[in-house]
Design a protein. Structure first.
Length: 187
């Protein structure tokens, strides 16, 4: 027959005083009971460290108090987010897709003829006005408008993106600005 450890008889006798102390600390009946159970589990798992003849109640109260403070520190760092709004703020889109799209745009730009590529990059990526782009390219403003329009159309076609006319300029300009920011090819 297996011999019983003295804790089998000593721990149940300490339940009442521990529960009252836990209730005083937590102010909640259910949390107090959980704290007492956690204390008993920790005491049982460390029963070989207990020195017979020493104050069991003081040892258990110390375990309970330290467990309470550990839980309190843990709960202070936690934030209630029942609807998931705070977790949604931590979301970040995968950067790999943007890098791949940027490489596609750079490749498509490189395939454009110089007369369409240069005004497109000057206005779309570097933010030149039509007048500034016209003087940089040495042509009239109307010519720049035409070249930028053709360049955008060719770029969209090369990328395989069939978009509405209204959204076409915005998407292309955003791609070009990403190229300028990333230090893309010099045109």
């Amino acid at each position: 027959m297996q011999e019983c450890h003295p804790f089998h008889f000593l721990l149940p006798a300490q339940h009442g005083p521990l529960h009252r102390f836990a209730l005083k600390l937590t102010g909640n009946e259910h949390r107090a009971e959980d704290l007492v159970q956690e204390t008993f589990l920790k005491a049982w798992s460390n029963r070989e460290k207990f020195i017979p003849g020493s104050q069991l109640r003081a040892w258990l109260f110390t375990i309970l108090r330290n467990t309470f403070y550990s839980q309190l520190r843990k709960y202070r760092r936690e934030v209630e987010d029942a609807d998931g709004k705070l977790a949604a703020l931590l979301f970040e889109e995968a950067a790999q897709e943007h890098a791949l799209e940027l490489n596609e745009v750079i490749s498509a730009l490189a395939m454009l003829p110089e007369i369409h590529r240069r005004p497109l990059v000057l206005m779309g990526a570097y933010g030149f006005s039509q007048q500034e782009a016209a003087s940089a390219c040495g042509c009239a403003v109307g010519t720049i408008k035409s070249r930028v329009n053709r360049g955008r159309s060719n770029l969209i076609q090369a990328l395989g993106r069939e978009q509405e006319t209204r959204g076409m300029d915005t998407a292309t300009d955003q791609d070009l600005r990403r190229i300028a920011i990333s230090g893309g090819p010099d045109f």
